[in-house]
Design a protein around this ligand. Structure first.
Ligand code: KIV
Length: 263
């Protein structure tokens, strides 16, 4: 059965861990779909792992749409999450709507954008127009230059703002929120406070689901992978097996372990 926003809400309610992976093309999308992953995020991480840039900043809406189309052709039941790239939604809520429509017409079922409280109006505007939106808070890679690098967010006094961001995107109507590189205790608190699912990446085991960048977990990215990822090829003889093991480990609460989490 197709995975929908309702499925994900139900999974949270039943403490059934949600699995997401990134992908950018047809072949990997079909393989991931066949392993029962709940959602494929066509992330703007494509700027790094597909295009070879150091950040996702150069990714355009045209790039995002192209890869979303490729992925959409490969999936059966898996949800496709299109990613609104840098500069494609910050000008106005109308700009965000126009570009979210492009992603959905390219085959995305839902869209993701970065930001918390500051994006509330935009999230509301999209949701009121029938678009399911996932927010992304914590380490938001599109703002890497403003953040001063790919660093853990929400430590100390910043924790309060991150919690407020999470609550405000839920109130705005987001169907899920990605928490990237945040202390595990804060991710746990956010997960317990929200009724929508939290999808963690470097946010510890308490999140309702997990997402990893495919090239990191297959250990094929030539540059350094983040501490919060795990090389699933180390104990698999095929890519299919590696993805299957990721699903099993997330479901069993084995991944992420402490070594993949921040305090
Ligand atoms: O673009 C991406 O792949 C992402 C994940 C890191 C969550 O946003």
């Amino acid at each position: 059965m197709a995975v929908t926003v309702t499925t994900m809400r139900k999974m949270k309610a039943e403490s059934d861990k949600i699995t997401w992976l990134t992908a950018y093309d047809y072949s990997f999308a079909s393989l991931i779909d066949a392993q029962g992953v709940d959602a494929i995020l066509v992330g703007d991480s494509l700027g790094m792992v597909v295009q070879g840039h150091d950040t996702p900043v150069p990714v355009t809406i045209e790039h995002s749409c192209y890869h979303t189309e490729c992925v959409a052709r490969g999936v059966g039941n898996t949800m496709v999450v299109g990613d609104l790239p840098f500069g494609s939604y910050q000008t106005s809520k109308e700009q965000a709507y126009e570009n979210a429509v492009k992603l959905m017409q390219a085959g995305a079922h839902t869209v993701k954008l970065e930001g918390g409280e500051l994006q509330v109006e935009t999230i509301q505007f999209l949701v009121e127009r029938g678009i399911a939106v996932c927010a992304h808070i914590g380490l938001t890679p599109q703002s890497v230059h403003q953040l001063g690098g790919f660093k853990v967010q929400g430590r100390g006094a910043a924790a309060k703002q991150l919690l407020e961001d999470a609550i405000s995107v839920e109130q705005a109507g987001a169907f899920a929120v990605v928490l990237e590189a945040v202390p595990q205790s804060l991710a746990k608190e956010i997960t317990e406070r929200l009724s929508i699912p939290t999808i963690g990446i470097g946010a510890g085991p308490a999140c309702d689901g997990q997402v990893l960048v495919l090239q990191d977990m297959l250990d094929i990215y030539p540059k350094k992978s983040p501490k919060f990822s795990k090389n699933y090829m180390a104990e698999a003889s095929t890519v299919h097996e590696a993805v299957g093991n990721y699903v099993s480990e997330v479901k069993a609460g084995v991944f992420p372990a402490q070594e993949h989490s921040f305090n």
